[in-house]
Design a binder for this molecule. Sequence first.
Ligand code: AMP
Length: 295
Amino acid sequence: MQTLRTAAEAAQAARRLARPLALVPTMGALHAGHLALVEAARRDCAAVMATIFVNPLQFGPTEDFSRYPRAFAEDTRQLEAAGVDLLFAPSVEEMYPPGFDTNIDPGAIATRYEGALRPGHFRGVATVCAKLFAIAGAECAYFGAKDAQQVAVLRQMVRDLALPTDIVVVPTVRDSDGLALSSRNAYLHPAERAAAPGLYRALQAMSDAVMRGETNRDRIVAAGRAHIAGPLREAYLDVVDPSTFEPLANIGSRSGPDVVTAIGSAWLGETRLIDNLALNVPAAAERADLHASVT
Ligand code: AMP
């Protein structure tokens, strides 16, 4: 695996890799979720380029940019073992040299949920991804389903700007108790870690409610809220259209999507977890059957 630090060198090396080329952007502190992206990329494509860059543009002024976990030596070892061909690991100055002043504004989708809690976050994500896409020139870029709103923002950016990179989404990798793997899980104290799977259970309860034929958003969210207990404090729970992240008042309405996403976020001390579950909405006829079988 070749490791490069400058955009010019990385762009040149990427052009020489076999096609199709996959790009796997990360902020490092790698875990099995990141490695699942690399594995999917290797399965689908002829070469894989990974990036490690803790992007200051996507952190707010009071967020954890300076203390975000960094583990470059171990990350490099893992990427090499996973079969990555090229690692691009630039400095902040390399990505944003003096005079850098162009940003991508993703619009309304970036104002909800994560965007509301982290003003400017998706602008930073979209900007860095557009730049990484340009440097890599890859046919495909791999992202985790765990960050579902990020996926929706990037899909919109690719569509709106006609970028030649397809977004590929890889299922969320979880610990055995259901907690979605995240570099930020390292911040959790033992008691917080023990409470953390409550968020996944909340999403499962929302999913169960939809599968039972419940269509009312408030009742679905209430089913989830029952699991946000103890040290967990809700940031948001909702059911949204996965492509726009607009809340859905009535799940399963004729004009609504067949697949909806239950999204959730909860605080544990200073750490905020996020997670989501995609749900296939039962068709109206199936719902009638479900009601018949429970009454
Ligand atoms: P990050 O380093 O946190 O910016 O994440 C880099 C990529 O890994 C993003 O596309 C994330 O969505 C993805 N990712 C993070 N955690 C997981 C997980 N548990 N399962 C699958 N993908 C993940």
